[in-house]
Design a protein. Sequence first.
Length: 286
Amino acid sequence: MSTQKKVQYPFWYGGASSMAACLVTHPLDLAKVRLQTASKRGQSLGSMVYQIITKEGFFKIYSGLTASLLRQGTYSTVRFGVYEFMKDSYVEKYQTAPSTMALLPMSMIAGGLGGLVGNPSDVVNIRMQNDSTLPMDQRRNYRNAFDGIIRIVREENVSSLFRGLGPNLIRGVLMTASQVVTYDIAKNFLVGTFGLDASKKSTHFSSSLLAGLVATTVCSPADVVKTRIMNAAGGQSPVEVLTTALKTEGPAFMFRGWLPSFIRLGPHTIVTFLVLEQLRKFKIGM
C-alpha cells in the first residue's frame, strides 16, 4: 500500500482527463453560457441546444471548442497537478494520508493557481461561445483560441485577458475544493464503509457523481458572475455589470442555469475522473 502511495503520476493527467471530458460536454457548456448571458428567462437547456442547431447549424454546438480545450489544458492541468503534488508531498513528509482539513487548503491553493493560469483562455472561451448571439456589428469572429488571445491583446490590452479574474479565482478555489476533495472523501467513504473496490469504475462513477453535484451548487454564483463580466462590452466595469444584473433580475440571477450547469458539470466530472483513474491504472506516459 505504501508503495502505491509513492507513485508519482505525470503532472498532465488532470488536464488530459479534463480535455477528454470537454469533448463530450462542450455542447452543454455552450448552452449553459448562453443561458447565463441571455436576457430572456425561462428557456431550458434542451430548447437552447435545439435553438443553436436549428438557427446556426449543427456544428455550432461546438463553437469555441479550441478555447474550451485550451482552458482545460491550462486551468485543469495546473489545479489537478498542484493538488496531487501537494498531496504526495504531504504523504512523503508525514507518512500518512492527509485529512480533510489538510486537503481543503491544498485544493484552494491549487484552484486559485489554476484560475489564474486559465483566465485568458476562459475569456476567449466565453466570448467565442456567445459570439453568435451578438448583433453582427458587435461580433468578434475569433477564428480559434489563439487568434482570440492575439486579437484581444492587439485590439484591447493585455489586462482584458484577465477580465473577471476575481470571480474566476473564487470559482477556481470553490470548484477544486468542492470537486476533487469531495471525490477523494466520497471514494474513501465508499471503499471504507461499504467495502467497494477502489479500482472499479462503479466506485469512480458514484464518487464523481456526488462530486459534480456538490461542485455545481457551490460554484454556481461565482460561475454566473464570472460569465457576465467576461462577456461584457469593453466599456463596462465589473461593478456596472453586477449592478445592472441585480437591478433587472434580482439576486436570483446568480443561480441562473443551475440545472444545465449540473447537467453539464455532472457528466464532465464523471468523465474526468473515469479517464483520470484509467490513466493512473495503466500508467500512460510513465
